[in-house]
Design a protein around this ligand. Sequence first.
Ligand code: NAD
Ligand code: MG
Length: 378
Amino acid sequence: MLGSTGSIGTNALDVLSRLSDRFHVVGLAARSRRDTLFAQAEQFRPEWVALVGESADRSGLLPGVEFLSQSDAVARRVQARDVDIVVSAIVGAAGLRCTWAALEAGKTVALANKETLVVAGPLVMELAAARGGRLLPVDSEHSAIFQAIADRPAGVERVVLTGSGGPFRGRTAADLAHVTVDEALAHPTWRMGPKITVDSATLMNKALEVIEARWLFGLSPKQIDVIIHPESMIHSFVEFVDGSVLAQISPPDMRLPIQYALTYPERLPCPARRVNWHELTAFHFEAPDRATFPALDLGYEVASRGGTTGAVLNAANEMAVEAFLENRLPFPEIARVCRAVLDAHDFDPRPTLDGLLAADHWARQEVRRWTSLNPSRL
Ligand code: NAD
Ligand code: MG
């Protein structure tokens, strides 16, 4: 379980706590919330626990549980014989390394970390195919599509990703100039980690999901649409060549797509909230406001250009979101920085993994330069 102390990680462990007759947690990895991590170790009795990038102090950890503090060690452990499924729920491009290691060893990966596919989609899909590994989507939209396609991708004409529109749906560009971090973190329908919550407010999350869908399902960007659906009950649509449209519907609760990835192809009772048919009144839809939320178009651009653009967009966005969260960058600058860094980058249409990591590194430097040249106007 990679990213065990985060929003997806804790939801995934909640699911697993009810399926203890089927699953044993082999290892838990996180970078923060030591107390939570060590409490998880008490509850799930894994063989190892990793707290990377923090002090190697293991006091308070259950005796007999091995303690790791390096990502390298985690990458080796996910390849072990007794690991069948790796839940990839680290946030950001930091999740790529261990996801890659798991696929190298032919593991099944329950993938929440969409950044892995944004940065290196073609290489990751090639690796999974070559080593017999499998990527099962956890992201709710991609799980919805996966459930609707039911392993028969022939005959898909298009997919329509739904998005809540985030906390700033209906605002104008002028309104967005002065929004605060707290406002951006107040998501109307989902409780998630801070990075993806800000991505939902800029619509960058939907942009990343367009790219994720492109590689995961082998679709062209023209086959991927986005529609705003504020209730977050319909998690996406699949339209087939005969005009039939299938949707997956459930209240916004990540435990359902997490469990589906873990138990696929089986369906089992799940703790996720259920549709309340007596309270259900209407589903609403509207077109995304691409002028006010320009991040979405960046997703389409990257989905069609490929190459190094995904690594660059993702890294620039991670850095810009971090700066916004630290009150060093106004909200509208997030998409603006990403646009500028994409434009300035040295495009390589067929990069290697090292080339992608170099592009990621370069883009982070560029944003550092940008934020120091353009000090916060907040
Ligand atoms: P989060 O910030 O709540 O949790 C991230 C977890 O990763 C934490 O446990 C953190 O300690 C750990 N982590 C960070 N860097 C690490 C590193 N280098 N090594 C090991 N552990 C590290 O984030 P989240 O909301 O749970 O999101 C996780 C991923 O799932 C993201 O890629 C996000 O886009 C995706 N996702 C999340 C949701 C959601 O509902 N939260 C929905 C769809 C997709
Ligand atoms: Mg999603």
